[in-house]
Ligand binder design. Structure first.
Ligand code: FES
Length: 135
């Protein structure tokens, strides 16, 4: 699993503590591909849109509460149109995290909206859950 360094930055309009985590550079993300990243105890999936917006999801299937994939190469469906569960083949819409096929059809990934500024991607760390680790 990829583990990039994360830096913290105070942000005037962030959550209650005003703490923003710098997740990565925008150029680290490729449109049409998803990447894994560790943010504290949370495993995230990052997806970059054509419009250079970035969506983050918890790497945790809503039905079994296990990671969808452990490697970047397993994250997307073969045609690159959906995030997939590497174990069951469930498909999730990259823009929304909504499951359209598989055992968790109709459910949704836990999502976070990222802020892109100065070609870097940030996330309000107060939005991250404090879940027990899966491993
Ligand atoms: S773990 Fe839920 S679809 Fe695979």
């Amino acid at each position: 699993m990829i583990c990039w360094p994360i830096s913290r930055r105070h942000w005037a309009d962030a959550g209650k503590d005003g703490q923003m985590l710098k997740l990565c550079r925008l150029d680290d993300l490729v449109v049409g591909k998803a990447r894994l990243l560790n943010a504290g105890h949370n495993h995230l999936i990052l997806v970059r849109s054509q419009a250079n917006a970035v969506q983050a999801y918890l790497n945790r299937c809503p039905h079994l509460k296990i990671p969808l994939a452990l490697q970047d190469s397993q994250l997307m469906s073969p045609d690159g149109s959906a995030i997939q569960c590497a174990t069951h083949g469930a498909l999730f819409v990259p823009e929304s995290g909504f499951c359209i096929s598989g055992p968790c059809k109709g459910e949704q990934l836990w999502s976070f909206t990222c802020l892109v500024e100065n070609a870097s991607v940030y996330l309000d760390e107060t939005e991250l859950p404090n879940l027990p680790t899966e491993n």
